[in-house]
Design a protein around this ligand. Structure first.
Ligand SMILES: [Ca+2]
Ligand SMILES: [Ca+2]
Length: 264
């Protein structure tokens, strides 16, 4: 899934001159979300404040401590959008922690209820997967980054969330997500097949073999079909593409909650 958000902050860090406070605004119906901050010439902005107004009334004011070194993402750092389809927009603020990769951070307000989400390296995008008026937050499972490979060689399986009453709830196994999971699983399998032979001569590609097999298996587990994932790893072991990997992945799938079959 997208890593676009993670690059978005960089330009602000190199802004040339000190500037006055800036305010970005997003409005939907009665909800107005405001993100204000003071850009700095040589680092993240200061005085970041998130505000939400319902009509004329300010219902949220949150100051972000300068010591957290957060930066608004470059594009659409503030949005007002009705995620749960109840007719009232939520206010969504997207920030970035800086550093080489990590982390994409979201503050989401449903009325005055604050939901904070750290997406790690992977970020997310808003998409109504099934056109039912309820927006899905499409992301990936950041726990797979660095698990089987360096960051560059890491592939992370799909993770889809939806806004609940006062939290984001996992909707990855919801039937409407099935086509996305199938498509991504096919992509991971293709990556495995494309690199497997070359990886025998090129050690650098071996981590991609491992991470594609693991991410493929995780997506299949989300489709309630871990066995098909395990079967591909078993074949990969017979071909010599990986060694002892089935045991590792099987154990990880259980630890990470993908393989929910009770063997006891
Ligand atoms: Ca709403
Ligand atoms: Ca939907």
């Amino acid at each position: 899934v997208t890593r676009v958000l993670l690059l978005a902050a960089a330009a602000l860090l190199f802004a040339a001159a000190p500037a006055a406070a800036k305010t970005e605004v997003a409005t939907s119906g009665a909800i107005r979300a405001e993100l204000s901050y003071t850009p700095q010439p040589d680092g993240p902005p200061k005085d970041i404040v998130l505000r939400v107004f319902d009509g004329d009334e300010q219902i949220v004011q949150k100051r972000i401590a300068d010591s957290r070194y957060l930066t608004p993402v470059l594009r659409d750092a503030v949005r007002a959008r009705d995620l749960d389809g109840d007719g009232t927009a939520e206010a969504i603020f997207d920030l970035f922690t800086g550093g080489a990769h990590c982390c994409a951070l979201t503050y989401l307000y449903r009325g005055t209820t604050e939901i904070e989400r750290n997406w790690g390296n992977v970020g997310y995008r808003l998409r109504d997967v099934d056109d039912d008026g309820v927006t899905e937050l499409v992301s990936a499972d950041d726990r797979f980054n660095y698990r089987y490979a360096s960051y560059a060689g890491s592939l992370a399986p799909l993770q889809v969330l939806r806004l609940g009453e006062d939290e984001l709830v996992d909707a990855t196994r919801d039937p409407v997500v099935t086509p996305l999971l199938r498509r991504e699983a096919r992509r991971f399998r293709r990556i495995y097949r494309n690199v497997a032979v070359r990886a025998r001569r090129d050690r650098g590609l071996r981590e991609l073999v491992r991470s594609s097999l693991a991410a493929y298996t995780a997506d299949l587990c989300s489709l309630d079909d871990c066995d098909t994932g395990y079967a591909l790893i078993r074949r990969a072991q017979r071909r010599g593409d990986v060694r002892g990997f089935l045991r590792v992945v099987r154990s990880d799938m259980q630890t990470l909650g993908y393989d929910t079959v009770d063997w006891g």
